[in-house]
Design a protein around this ligand. Structure first.
Ligand code: F7E
Length: 326
């Protein structure tokens, strides 16, 4: 019996991964963090009745140890993080505790309790900072020069996973994932913020969208496609590090153009810049070379940028038809 244990199961990726593993016949368990609003803890996973969840935290090693002893997983997915890059400048110590030391905590628990299991670490394109190869792509060999507390912590996580792999012979792999979105994305990330507010503008609930830097470029894929890559990575005989991306890049401005146009609006009439959303240091450009995972593991995204954004637009239209939000 395959047993998956997901840290961050209540997040965007964790919820899609749990769904897809249940479909494959896995037993799925995970930990969630305590939140004062109980509905917020489980709203992405409340429809998954077969998932077993315990309270736990990457910063509480005893909770990790206890959960691994209870569920004895064959696959561990570490998707837990303080995942917002700008907020990592506001809470740098917390971000490093969770995103760096938290990885060490789960690796230690894994090594002690279920060393025969396979381990996936959610590494990030934010680790590259502003490094880019001459052909304008980032890949696993591109130098890592992170420019946010989030990126610095993720570099530690990436290297400690490689170190535990080589030192202890563990089946531990990194997926270096570029931005990935969906209707389940938090609405303080730029894609869902733009879509949600544009739909509100269309419905005359507001008339302004305040953003930070419109010129930064991102390689945006769909979370549902990317969780399939995570699973594939753990099915390989040998652990390794893989880049997962679409290979396309667009600016925040192009994102706004597309979403507003789909709603028959002109983004220039509504979008204003608010310095509050600028970062002390900005990563300007991301475009990932995922040719290796495509060639060697046969992974390929099913969503296009357009079909993903259309799904998100549809989600928010339906949401506002069914909910009154003041
Ligand atoms: O920003 C710009 C912002 O917050 C994207 C996380 O999943 O991907 C994500 O990190 C871009 C940036 O994602 C606003 O400056 C403009 O250039 O959606 P985001 P991110 O920072 O790229 C990586 C791969 C991860 O690993 C992270 O966990 O959009 N931008 N105006 C804005 N961004 C936000 N959030 N809000 C704005 O108002």
């Amino acid at each position: 019996m395959n047993r998956a244990f997901i840290i961050g199961i209540a997040g965007q990726d964790g919820s899609y991964l749990a769904e897809s593993l249940l479909e494959k016949g896995y037993e799925v368990s995970g930990i969630i963090r305590r939140n004062s609003i109980v509905e917020h803890q489980r709203n992405r996973v409340s429809h998954l009745k077969d998932v077993k969840m315990e309270y736990g935290d990457l910063n509480d090693p005893s909770s990790l140890d206890r959960a691994l002893r209870l569920y004895r997983p064959t696959e561990i997915y570490n998707l837990g993080a303080q995942s917002h890059v700008r907020i990592s400048f506001d809470v740098p110590q917390f971000t490093v505790q969770v995103n760096a030391l938290g990885v060490l905590n789960i690796l230690e628990a894994y090594r002690q309790v279920v060393p025969e299991a396979r381990f996936y670490q959610a590494s990030s394109s934010e680790m590259f900072g502003n490094s880019v190869d001459d052909d304008l792509f980032q890949r696993a060999t591109t130098p890592m020069n992170p420019i946010s507390p989030y990126g610095c912590a993720k570099v530690f996580g990436y290297h400690i996973v490689k170190l535990y792999r080589s030192s202890y012979g563990l089946h531990a792999s990194n997926g270096i994932l570029f931005n990935h979105e969906s209707p389940r994305r938090g609405s303080n990330f730029v894609t869902n913020k733009v879509v949600k507010t544009a739909v509100q503008i269309k419905l005359k609930k507001t008339n302004i969208l305040e953003l930070g830097n419109l010129d930064s470029q991102r390689d945006w894929g769909h979370s549902w496609d990317y969780v399939r890559a995570m699973h594939l990575i753990l099915q390989q005989e040998k652990p390794d590090d893989w880049v997962v991306s679409t290979g396309e890049t667009r600016s925040v401005r192009q994102l706004c153009e597309y979403v507003f146009r789909r709603l028959d609006l002109n983004y220039e009439d509504y979008v204003v810049q608010n310095p509050k959303y600028l970062r002390p240091n900005e990563l300007d450009y991301l475009r990932g070379d995922s040719s290796r995972i495509r060639k060697e593991l046969g992974w390929k995204p099913k969503y296009t940028f357009e079909s993903m954004m259309d799904e998100m637009i549809e989600y928010w239209i339906t949401y506002f038809e069914n909910n009154v939000e003041e």
